[in-house]
Ligand binder design. Structure first.
Ligand SMILES: *Cc1c(COP(=O)(O)O)cnc(C)c1O
Length: 422
């Protein structure tokens, strides 16, 4: 049963309620390893499902365009204050609808159409919104890209500096969606300073690790920090932009009225709850456990002959090239899903295959850590993955079905917020 329960929804729209119950059960039964996903607490679910969704509040606390903000203003202020405390930043804007609009607001704040922006190339682990060609950010601006080193799978700051000096970007993005290694914020800051660029740290994936002290913080190095709130940070789907006091006004104006209308107040409340949770000792333990689990899983996968991009991980994320296993990423990911192990197919740096049918898979340990799994379970997870990948090659459905049962048996001992077995 979904938690909190949804009896009114079940009465009004049984068809939809059944689908939601199905998804809740699926999230309970599967080993969820999509690196950008997590389980939010029941408190975050409750805050996100309240009457706050009824309210319009364009503007910012104390400067709204609609009346009746007696409760919304303190709610948004609470979220902002908690963001400032957790991340130790001068300024936080909690209104961006999601990570992509947050990044677009950064473009609006600092660039004009046609200006040069620098980011990590998408196939190397960068995000679409860091200037990739199919994104508005790549079409309306002049994107230049850095790669990772072919030998090490890591960012080569000498290459970044060389490109920056040649292309003179106004904005440099660091961070990405498939980066298994620590981002060198001081190194990027030095380059940004040399070329007079605004440095934006997009910490969407690692925000929870930073909040929990398990990854260095970009504060003091990046001018602007963008993040989603729903990945390792374990809040509702949303985003924040944080900055030095100097850029506060430009960021706020870009979000509203530059790009958005009314903020999603129910989401703001969920973010406030998640940030309160993120300031606890429990959360610090979670963040460090996420990394410990990823390292243990990477070691177990290497032992089983998996080839890992950059040879391992420093954070929550692992990128595996399955070429040596004799299977492509997509059929492997699909077989793993049937085996109860949920992740995504992904390009690996210098992939020779197409983006829609690439060589790799990407996985992360945030959700399974929230669930309570620790290092001792990782060899078993690696063994299941190995067996499932082998089964994918042989079209061995029986093995996939066996694994999915074993996964469910293990996970039954680890309850999740959002669902209780009937
Ligand atoms: C997930 C992500 C985003 C975009 O977030 P959405 O909420 O999906 O729009 C932006 N940047 C990075 C680095 C991400 O990982």
């Amino acid at each position: 049963m979904h938690v909190p329960p949804i009896p009114s929804l079940t009465a009004t729209d049984p068809q939809l309620a059944e689908l939601i119950e199905g998804e809740a059960r699926r999230q309970h039964d599967k080993l969820r390893m999509i690196a950008s996903e997590n389980y939010v607490s029941t408190a975050v679910l409750e805050a996100s499902g309240t009457v706050l969704t009824n309210k319009y509040s364009e503007g910012y606390a104390g400067k709204r365009y609609y009346e009746g903000q007696q409760f919304i203003d303190p709610i948004e202020t609470l979220a902002v204050e908690r963001a400032r405390e957790v991340f130790r930043v001068d300024h936080a804007n909690v209104q961006p609808y999601s990570g992509s609009p947050a990044n677009l607001a950064v473009y609006l704040a600092f660039l004009s159409p046609g200006d040069t922006v620098m980011g990590m190339a998408l196939p190397m682990g960068g995000h679409l919104t860091h200037g990739w060609s199919v994104s508005a950010t790549g079409k309306w601006f002049n994107p230049v890209r850095y790669n990772v080193s072919k030998e090490t799978g890591r960012i080569d700051l000498d290459e970044v500096r060389e490109i920056a000096l040649r292309e003179r970007p106004k904005v440099i993005f660091c961070g990405g969606t498939a980066v298994p290694r620590t981002i060198d914020f001081p190194g990027f800051a030095q380059i940004a300073e040399e070329v007079g660029a605004v440095l934006v740290a997009d910490i969407a994936h690692i925000a929870g690790l930073i909040a929990g002290g398990a990854h260095p913080s970009p504060v003091g190095y990046a001018d602007v920090i963008t993040t989603t709130t729903h990945k390792t940070l374990r809040g509702p789907r949303g985003a924040m932009i944080m900055s030095t006091a100097q850029h506060a006004n430009a960021i706020d104006k870009a979000v509203f009225p530059g790009l958005q209308g009314g903020p999603h107040n129910h989401t703001t409340a969920g973010i406030a709850v998640a940030l309160k949770e993120a300031s606890t000792a429990d959360f610090r333990r979670y963040a460090h456990q996420v990394v410990a689990n990823a390292k243990a899983l990477a070691a177990a996968l290497l032992e089983r002959g998996f080839e890992l991009s950059s040879g391992g991980t420093d954070n929550h994320l692992i990128l595996a090239d399955l070429t040596s296993k004799g299977v492509a990423g997509k059929p492997a990911a699909q077989a793993l899903d049937r085996a109860g192990i949920e992740l995504n197919y992904n390009t690996v740096p210098y992939d020779t295959r197409k983006p829609f049918d690439p060589s790799g898979i990407r996985l992360g340990t945030a959700a399974l850590t929230t669930r309570g799994l620790t290092e001792e379970h990782m060899p078993q997870v690696a063994a299941w993955m190995d067996d499932a990948v082998t089964a994918a090659i042989k079209d061995d459905e029986a093995t996939l079905t066996r694994i999915s049962g074993e996964v469910r048996d293990l996970l039954d001992a680890f309850p999740v917020p959002g669902y209780t077995p009937a």
